[in-house]
Design a protein around this ligand. Structure first.
Ligand code: JCF
Length: 678
């Protein structure tokens, strides 16, 4: 469409821009959404449509430009009219007191000075220029004199106003602030990147920098960036605020986010209180900070103080303990968790980071080791943010010694020497000695005794701890050998409760097969799976000897579960424990594969051909077998029935020739449901 828009269309576009800017401000700056996302999306699409139909309606401040259109950020050099200075640092309370003393000496000022303090966000400083209220240009700090033009990328950040709000908008103003990535967004982004096998960011600051430096603004638009303003500068000197605080109120009224932790304090001791309060709060803030900034509030005093080289004399940053340090990986050990998960742990040269001395860091799993390419002897970045466990986030390849050793998974469990199993597609490796492994002992007993398993009343975590710690029990088989005299000596165990526990254990000697199978705690064998397997095979012997293929003929047993079952029964230690259970008098009852009256197809031979849309061939086979039928591979005169799915071929033709009954998929599933198979 190339027609000129009607006046009412022009007005509607204006209205939409205003509404969208308001909703956006309420959502991203005030954190108070006022309309549902669906309403926002509807209005947004309406405006997009109008702008598509009438390109002249596209304005510089249109919210549609936040998605990062075709125009690439140029990264062209931008000279800062007013240099963007850096901040001096104070590394201790005394260094902050020295700063305050220098300020008062220079001002020949006896009273306490009023300071504005605010968290120092760990992001990137940016400068935004607005002309007549419209965002015209955005630049990075660069070296302080010259930055890079990042206008198109900055537009995509929802908390940056594209048009200043309010009535008293200056003709030209520069607003400065920090672009950062909140902790939650950083975690999410890294998870996504790592799931795609891409490089992750070391910290939120790097993530913010990497996102802002994207050549394609549409990529920046998808990154969870925010901007928080910390100062302003007007071209028209006549209109300057008299305090820094007042300047910040103006910035806030123009629609910027300012830091809600910002305070005015008087005197250096109040500054130190603010520092220690903020340090306490550090971990609870939704974004990372690396210190606190103090600024002399009076603009007149700021002017008097002026600058030294590249930093103002009226401001300082008091730093918090670093959350990242370099250290050396001295070794990698493998820990076995209570469910058998094998976790590699880096032994580090002790380093002070995030406020504590760190000498270990989890490496999670072998995929993570491969992703980081970490080797023994490497120099690594260790990060400890908040209460989170220390992480190795990056290897400094350039510092890798020739002697660096590749990390490999040990061949067997470091605790019990059973096989370590790693299923294809799963990151975690596991010890398969579940019934025996000392690392998994308590968990194995707890599971065995739990309500849904053998339901041994009174055998809770407390008793399991005591029994295992006193070495009275090391596997579930030992439970059955406990004597009353073993228990009565234990603290808090009276005569009666000892009797009761022995009785409860005794009554768990003849479990039904599926409960016993479930109680073994084989990975991914839950109640339903245990029931299905038990009724399919009937005896534990049959299950323990079943191949992975035949295990997979049980409905809902896939290759992973079949693999877990196989490796469980291949571990000598698990079999020794099963043997010990038998010797202790435990008898698991076999189950009929199906009671005869529920085997309507007993004696029949069925053949499957073609593909079924509602189940796999293995499932169909298992269903037929559960009804008592044999399933054969080829059609003969003895065949009772053929199930013909989609594109059935020669077997169907043969069945028709031999006059063997044929069921289509619908008839087959009807038959199954008649016999209670959904
Ligand atoms: O939050 C910050 N990273 C931050 C940096 C806050 C400020 O008030 C700053 C700053 C860098 C320079 N003020 C100046 C003058």
């Amino acid at each position: 469409m190339t027609d000129q828009p009607t006046t009412s269309t022009v007005h509607r576009a204006e209205e939409l821009r205003r509404l969208l800017a308001d909703y956006n401000y309420q959502y991203y700056v005030l954190d108070e959404p006022t309309v549902p996302d669906s309403e926002y999306d509807r209005l947004f699409r309406e405006l997009q449509q109008l702008e598509n139909d009438y390109p002249d309606l596209r304005t510089a401040d249109s919210p549609t430009r936040r998605v990062g259109g075709a125009a690439e950020t140029s990264f062209a050099p931008v000279t800062h009219r007013i240099p963007m200075l850096s901040l001096d640092n104070a590394f201790s309370d005394d260094e902050l007191r020295d700063f305050d003393r220098r300020v008062r000496d220079r001002l020949v000022y006896e009273q306490d000075v009023e300071y504005v303090c605010e968290p120092k966000l760990d992001g990137l400083a940016v400068s935004l220029h607005y002309e007549n209220g419209i965002l015209e240009r955005a630049a990075t700090r660069g070296d302080g004199q010259t930055g890079e033009d990042i206008t198109e990328n900055i537009r995509t950040i929802p908390s940056v106003p594209l048009r200043l709000r309010g009535k008293s908008v200056p003709e030209r103003v520069e607003v400065r602030g920090e672009v950062y990535m909140p902790k939650a967004g950083f975690e999410r982004l890294n998870k996504t990147l790592s799931a795609k096998g891409e490089k992750t960011f070391v910290n939120p600051r790097n993530a913010a920098a990497g996102s802002l430096r994207q050549k394609k603004p549409s990529v920046t638009a998808k990154r969870p960036l925010e901007m928080c303003a910390y100062s302003m500068a007007l071209e028209d000197e006549a209109d300057l605020p008299s305090t820094h605080w007042e300047g910040l109120q103006r910035v806030k009224n123009w629609g910027f986010r300012t830091n809600p932790e910002m305070r005015r304090v008087t005197g250096v001791e109040a500054c130190l209180d603010a520092y220690h309060d903020l340090l306490e709060k550090r971990n609870d803030l939704p974004y990372e900070i690396d210190g606190i900034v103090f600024k002399v509030n009076s603009m007149e005093l700021q002017e008097t103080l002026g600058f030294v080289s590249r930093a103002p004399r009226w401001a300082i940053a008091q730093k918090f303990p670093a959350q990242e340090e370099l250290t050396v990986v001295e070794g990698v050990e493998f820990q076995v968790g209570r469910t058998g998960a094998i976790t590699p742990v880096a032994r580090l040269k002790p380093v002070f980071v995030g406020g504590v001395t760190v000498s270990n860091a989890t490496l999670h799993n072998m995929d993570e080791i491969a992703r980081l390419d970490v080797r023994i002897g490497d120099t690594v970045f260790v990060r400890r943010a908040g209460d989170v466990i220390p992480q190795v986030v990056k290897v400094l390849i350039e510092r890798r010694p020739d002697t660096a050793e590749v990390v490999t998974l040990p061949p067997d469990c470091p605790v019990c020497h059973s096989d370590i199993v790693q299923i294809d597609g799963e990151a975690v490796a596991r010890c398969s000695g579940g019934l025996f492994c000392p690392a998994q002992r308590k968990e194995a007993i707890r599971h065995y005794a739990s309500r849904k398993a053998l339901d041994i009343e009174g055998l809770g975590d407390k008793w399991i701890d005591i029994l295992v710690d006193r070495e009275l029990v090391s596997t579930v088989a030992d439970l059955y050998l406990l004597k009353k005299s073993d228990l009565t000596g234990l603290e808090r165990m009276g005569d009666k409760s000892a009797d009761n526990l022995i009785k409860a254990i005794d009554s768990a000697r003849k479990p039904v097969l599926w409960k016993f199978l479930y109680a073994l705690g084989i990975r991914e064998v839950g109640e339903a799976t245990a029931k299905a397997i038990a009724s399919h095979f009937g005896t534990l012997e049959a299950i323990s000897e079943a191949s992975e293929e035949s295990l997979q003929s049980v409905p809902d047993v896939g290759p992973i579960v079949a693999g877990h079952i196989r490796s469980f029964f291949e571990q000598p230690h698990n079999n020794e424990t099963l043997e010990a259970l038998k010797n202790a008098g435990v008898e698991w009852q076999s189950e009929d594969v199906l009671p005869a009256q529920e085997q309507p197809l007993k004696g029949e031979t069925w053949v499957l051909t073609g593909s079924l849309s509602t189940m796999t061939r293995d499932q169909a086979k298992a269903h037929l077998e559960s009804l008592g039928a044999k399933v054969a591979g080829s059609v003969s005169a003895k065949t009772s029935c053929v199930v013909a799915g989609e594109s059935a071929g020669s077997k169907l033709a043969k069945a028709e020739k031999l006059n063997v009954p044929v069921l289509d998929e619908q008839e087959f599933t009807d038959l199954l449901s008649e016999h209670g198979i959904a």
